[in-house]
Design a protein around this ligand. Structure first.
Ligand code: FUB
Length: 312
């Protein structure tokens, strides 16, 4: 049963295109948004933060037990399609892990592949810690069926998939640094050894890779923390696996101290958008976050113009 929920009071902006009020989803906490265009609608696959200190997960930390997907035809009114994957429905996952972190979803040959990191209970595949799983569906809103095992040889968080123009798919993820590898056509197994992507800034934590291609340039975007909070940065290259050259900051650090940020970028109806998060609905606890959208623009030479966050 689909719950049609208007999660936005339409109060519009005139910044590039009209957008709904930020944060765009107000019926629950959402973070780490991966936005994709499927069938003329924008689908957002975010993490789902829940309240800490309620007997679930680690005290005062991220607590995430499932994923919802949201969609919109106009970026103003959003439909919550409900839960698509739960930690209890993933055969290899820790059913009490509360670590369903940043996901992604891509379409290939009419199937939808949802990639998610979580802590493994069955450590026979990749050892302890975070592995990356895949759930497959015939529609962008599911139902999604989780695979029996996580992707072999991948340890880490924040999966992201690029399907290149020649049809080759790539998986990116992070574990301190950003890793990448080719995926087999089945989208479920690696086709090459994981490698650390070269020539991204050396110092500080980099996570949340999101790669896209525009006019022959591959943009590797990522949150990077050197000081207190994460800044969204990007690097460019001629190949999906780099090497990449740092090219600038997409969004500065949070002025109010939200530790994480996490981005995806897409073009919809001739306008580019940045999807990201901030703790707007939970100003005193930065692990209960909410998804925002702002318009994004490119310079003539392909550089990304820095985005100033808007709340309204
Ligand atoms: O949401 C949990 C983690 O926080 C994500 O996996 C990171 O990218 C950061 O946003």
């Amino acid at each position: 049963n689909r719950l049609l929920l208007l999660v936005v009071i339409p109060l519009f902006l005139t910044l590039g295109n009209a957008l709904a009020q930020n944060p765009i989803i107000q019926n629950q906490f959402t973070a780490d948004p991966t936005a994709r265009v499927f069938k003329d609608r924008v689908y957002v696959y975010p993490s789902h933060d829940i309240l800490p200190n309620q007997g679930k997960g680690k005290p005062d930390w991220f607590v995430m037990e499932d994923y919802h997907v949201f969609s919109s035809a106009d970026l103003k009114e959003w439909t919550d399609h409900g839960e698509i994957v739960n930690q209890k429905s993933v055969p290899w996952a820790d059913p009490e892990g509360y670590s369903m972190w940043a996901p992604d979803c891509v379409e290939r040959n009419g199937k939808y592949y949802f990639y998610f990191p979580t802590k493994a209970q069955d450590t026979t595949y990749n050892g302890q810690g975070f592995s990356i799983g895949v759930a497959v569906a015939d529609q962008p809103e599911g139902p999604f069926k989780p695979q029996a095992k996580p992707i072999a040889n991948v340890k880490g968080i924040d999966p992201n998939v690029l399907i290149d123009k020649d049809g080759q798919a790539y998986l990116y993820w992070s574990q301190g640094h950003i890793y990448g590898a080719k995926l087999k056509d089945n989208m479920l197994e690696l086709a090459s050894e994981p490698k650390v992507l070269k020539d991204l800034p050396d110092k500080g934590l980099k996570e949340g890779p999101f790669v896209f291609e525009r006019n022959g340039i591959y943009y590797m975007t990522y949150p990077h923390v050197e000081n207190k909070t994460e800044r969204l940065e990007y690097a460019v290259g001629n190949n999906p696996l780099g090497p990449f050259t740092f090219n600038g900051v997409i969004m500065d650090e949070s002025p109010t101290g939200c530790w994480t940020n996490h981005q995806s970028i897409l073009s919809f109806k001739n306008q580019w958008y940045l999807f990201y998060h901030h703790n707007d609905l939970s100003p005193n606890f930065d692990k209960n976050r909410s998804v925002r959208i702002d318009s994004l623009f490119f310079e003539q030479d392909g550089a990304i113009r820095k985005v100033t966050p808007t709340l309204r």
